[in-house]
Design a protein around this ligand. Structure first.
Ligand SMILES: [Zn+2]
Ligand SMILES: [Zn+2]
Length: 263
């Protein structure tokens, strides 16, 4: 983290930091999620692995929210590390889950734009790949193909999603073909999913960067999308993996382009 979060709570394997008036960032070793909580309700952006339900509940509980109180879940993209909690919330409480219309097939798991066993095996000798794969395996709970059948495109008000916090939806594709960032204008917070990350077990590099090519559906589009994020005026950037970036979004995007991907 570049600056200091306003409040900080530590759990076993998780940190929950308040990064703006109404937004908390839940940061775990493997993946992150974001909680908006205001007078208008609660919106969760991404939701961890299926096997991280206890941490998801603990993160909500730490700010006085019960799982049933979540008004909506927004999914940046349909990968197992981002939609596990959403599939549980949808099944358990009927919580609405939304993603960009171009990403719905990934979130339902009708298609699978994700690093599979073949990709992992081909890259198994690269630093960090095998430890990463072994660490996440139990978090999948044997359901790597789990999707959210009920996912729909979000209700929109202009370019803003009509859920609590009213984030702006920004298509930043490449990692997957409908990968989306959510920009909370009033909070100055940009949630970028895996469009850029600040750390990953398969990379020796620190700070803003792109994920390794094994994880990208379209490497060139992924890079162009990071350039697009540079137009944001947000001063907090919350990635799907690694620490929060407390600083201008343009600087995070520029740094990610300079650093590039580990391989
Ligand atoms: Zn991903
Ligand atoms: Zn991810």
């Amino acid at each position: 983290m570049v600056g200091r979060a306003r409040e900080h709570r530590a759990f076993d394997g998780m940190q929950v930091d308040r990064v703006s008036a109404h937004i908390h960032f839940a940061h775990t070793e493997h993946v992150n999620w974001v909680i908006y909580s205001g007078r208008d309700g609660v919106t969760l952006v991404d939701s961890g692995y299926l096997g991280q339900r206890a941490l998801l509940e603990a993160s909500l509980d730490s700010i006085g929210i019960r799982p049933a109180d979540v008004s909506a879940v927004l999914i940046t993209h349909g990968h197992a590390d981002h939609l596990g909690g959403a599939s549980w919330l949808a099944a358990q409480f009927g919580t609405p889950v939304h993603a960009h219309s171009l990403e719905l097939a990934n979130v339902r798991r009708d298609i699978l734009q994700q690093a599979g066993t073949g990709g992992v095996l081909r890259n198994a000798l690269r630093p960090g790949v095998l430890p990463w794969a072994l660490a996440i395996l139990p978090l999948l709970e044997g359901r790597a193909d789990l999707g959210v059948p009920s996912v729909t495109a979000p209700p929109m008000r202009g370019e803003h999603v009509d859920v609590p916090g009213q984030p702006r939806m920004r298509l930043v594709d490449g990692h997957t073909s409908g990968h989306t960032a959510f920009e909370f204008d009033d909070e100055g917070v940009l949630v970028v999913g895996d469009a850029l990350v600040t750390r990953h077990r398969t990379s020796p590099m620190q700070g803003p960067q792109l994920l390794a090519s094994m994880f990208q559906h379209d490497v060139d589009r992924a890079r162009a999308s990071v350039g697009d994020l540079g137009s944001s005026t947000a001063h907090v950037v919350l990635p799907g993996h690694g620490e929060a970036w407390i600083g201008p979004a343009a600087a995070a995007a520029g740094s990610a382009l300079d650093t590039g991907a580990p391989w």
